[in-house]
Design a protein around this ligand. Structure first.
Ligand code: BEZ
Ligand code: FE
Length: 287
């Protein structure tokens, strides 16, 4: 290919990948090459700027390891992860909106009985979170499993804080056959996403901040339904409008401060008073 020019390069490079056997991969590569070239041409990208970008990615690789993936953080900070969630949400209209998995999910957290108490000596305002899981088809979803994870009063998740007891503030719950679920916990707190790597450089260059509003992560799997990964936010959180990683959706922000009724107080005799109720229903899309 000796005759590459400014005008023919995009077409020629796409042709070079013509042998890609996987049809979906071929489609993705064709689009990606086209958009990358369009970007470079429109920006009149200089060699210095190209090198800066490549070095930025190298440093993202350097700071990543088995526990930390800076590329996911960059995807989050560019809103790409949220865009992918919104695309998934369009394919499951009427279901609960998906939102970021984040870096702290682990598979296989201990299974706890529905109604589990995760408070276990954690500081913070006590809350009882509960509601129903239904299908967009209508009716309760039976046999749903909810994985829950959140940060502690110091803003840290158990995965990044050896001082916390094993599996602090995370578990897997099996909802009832009527789709009802419930657990007690403490209010999560706002915290900063890691700012010591290229992600932090990007945030500072953009005049932004690394704060995320407080949230509880939920992943729900149930037979015959698409898995749902989402987050629950407190409507009063000061960072709802400026989430560093763009995970907030109007429908996912709920009050964290409903006063329990007498019946609810007597249903939870073991939870230290005072506590508040958080009502969250989830709707799953059938597969
Ligand atoms: C989180 O929810 O914990 C999170 C999400 C994206 C980037 C960093 C943290
Ligand atoms: Fe999180």
């Amino acid at each position: 290919m000796r005759d590459l020019t400014y005008d023919n390069i995009t077409e020629r490079i796409i042709q070079a990948y013509d042998g890609t056997e996987d049809a979906r991969l071929k489609h993705l590569l064709t689009l990606l090459i086209g958009k990358l070239h369009e970007f470079a041409k429109e920006a009149e990208l200089s060699q210095g700027e190209w090198l800066t970008a490549v070095e930025f990615l190298r440093r993202a690789g350097d700071i990543s390891d088995a526990q930390r993936n800076e590329f996911i953080l960059l995807s989050d900070l560019f809103g790409l992860s949220s865009l992918v969630d919104l695309i998934a949400g369009r394919q499951a209209a009427d279901a609960t909106e998906p939102s970021l998995l984040g870096p702290f999910h682990v598979d296989g957290t201990p299974e706890r009985a529905n109604g589990a108490d995760l408070i276990c000596g954690n500081d913070g305002a006590r809350i009882v979170v509960g509601g129903g899981i239904t299908s967009t088809d209508g009716g309760a979803v039976a046999d749903a499993r909810l994985e829950i994870w959140q940060n502690a009063a110091n803003g840290r998740y158990v995965n990044e804080d050896p001082e916390q007891p094993t599996d602090n503030l995370r578990c897997t719950l099996r909802a009832g056959d009527d789709g009802r679920y419930c657990f007690s916990t403490v209010k999560p707190v706002p915290y900063r996403v890691p700012g010591d790597g290229p992600g932090g450089e990007l945030v500072r260059a953009g005049g932004r901040d690394t704060w995320r509003p407080a949230h509880i992560h939920v992943r729900i799997t149930a037979p015959g339904h698409r898995p749902l990964v989402t987050e629950i936010f407190d409507t009063t959180d000061p960072y709802l409008e400026s989430d560093a990683v763009f995970g907030v959706r109007e429908s996912l922000a709920v009050p964290f401060d409903r006063t329990p009724t007498d019946a609810e107080l007597s249903r939870h005799p073991d939870i230290e008073r005072p506590f508040n109720m958080v009502d969250v229903d989830f709707v799953l899309a059938p597969t």
